[in-house]
Design a protein around this ligand. Structure first.
Ligand code: SAM
Length: 297
């Protein structure tokens, strides 16, 4: 059965949109257990606002975790989210320290960096995601009286469409160096759409621009099975591995090199080790995930 098609859409409770709620729930758990790595006070209220019961209870620390198989997968996932959140936070903070004042969060989902990072004055942050996702987050945070810490511009558009036009329409200036992130996004795009996205980012990036991207490896159906059964019992029926596009795709670093970017690639196992979580890393079903930090020369 085909689970995705070229013009599919979603909100935060369905299909790819639900993965944004899933990762925000993991950020809420990580924020409670290890603030050293993540401190995202917006994650739990955003997850509660979406209203997927099993994610609300996990985010709130109310989930029964007596089943070992479920607990292990969730712990690996929280570990991944903790170190990846820190990786992308540091990427933006380093870019800001280097003087970059324009940022773009591709596929922002429930990412609250525009509300929680200490952006230098004069920074504009553009957040791109599907219109229902973007509208929900904006309305929910406004309802909480949350104040962005930068000049935040939501750009509600599908990344398979002409998003550069929408971005320019929101005030993006390609002549200024930009810090871009693609966190939790690329495997949800077909391989040719990933190439196109990197082409478009390159075309919009002046010298000195930076890009951080993640290519995550979703756990196998076998690893996910106990968790999926529980989710399904509790009325939530999304299988994350059905939502990604499998098959060969270009390596991000090699592809970007052809477009004038220099890249440092960091495997997830390195990030886990660097953050003192190495003991659980070897068995992690996400261990093949990679992180790319690139600078446009
Ligand atoms: C796993 S979530 C990651 C969200 C966010 N980057 C984070 O880490 O919290 C995947 C996100 O990608 C977005 N996404 C996937 N494909 C997209 C597309 N074609 N256009 C716009 N957004 C897309 C989804 O709406 C969702 O918010």
């Amino acid at each position: 059965m085909r689970h995705r098609h070229d013009d599919d859409t979603w909100d935060l409770a369905t299909s790819v949109g639900a993965t944004a709620t899933l990762v925000a729930a993991a950020r809420a758990v990580a924020s409670r257990t290890d603030r050293r790595l993540v401190d995202d006070a917006f994650a739990e209220p955003l997850v509660r606002a979406v209203g997927i019961d099993v994610f609300e209870r996990w985010a709130g620390g109310e989930l029964d975790l007596s089943d070992d198989d479920c607990r292990h997968v969730l712990q690996w996932f929280v570990d991944l989210m903790a170190v990846r959140t820190r990786y992308f936070d540091e990427f933006f903070l380093d870019a800001a320290a280097a003087g970059i004042r324009q940022a773009v969060i591709l596929a922002a989902g429930l990412d609250a960096r525009s509300y929680r990072l200490p952006w230098p004055p004069g920074t504009t942050v553009f957040e791109i995601d599907q219109p229902p996702v973007s509208a929900f987050k904006t309305a929910t945070l406004a309802g909480m009286d949350a104040q962005p810490t930068a000049d935040l511009r939501a750009v509600p558009v599908d990344l398979r469409l002409d998003w550069p036009a929408a971005l320019r329409g929101a005030g993006f200036e390609s002549g200024r160096p930009t810090a871009w992130i693609a966190e939790g996004l690329l495997p949800f795009l077909p391989p040719d759409a990933q190439d196109r996205l990197l082409d478009q980012v390159s075309a919009l990036s002046s010298a000195g621009s930076r890009l951080a991207a993640e290519v995550f490896v979703p756990p196998s159906r076998e690893v996910m099975r106990p968790l999926r059964e529980r989710w399904s019992d509790q009325g939530f029926d999304v299988e994350p591995s059905d939502l990604v596009y499998a098959g060969p795709r270009h390596d991000v670093a090699r592809y970007l090199a052809q477009h004038g970017w220099e890249t440092v690639t960091t495997p997830l196992t390195r990030l886990l080790a660097d953050n003192g979580i190495a003991t659980r890393a070897a068995a992690s079903p996400f261990a093949g995930s990679k992180y790319y930090a690139s600078i446009r020369t």
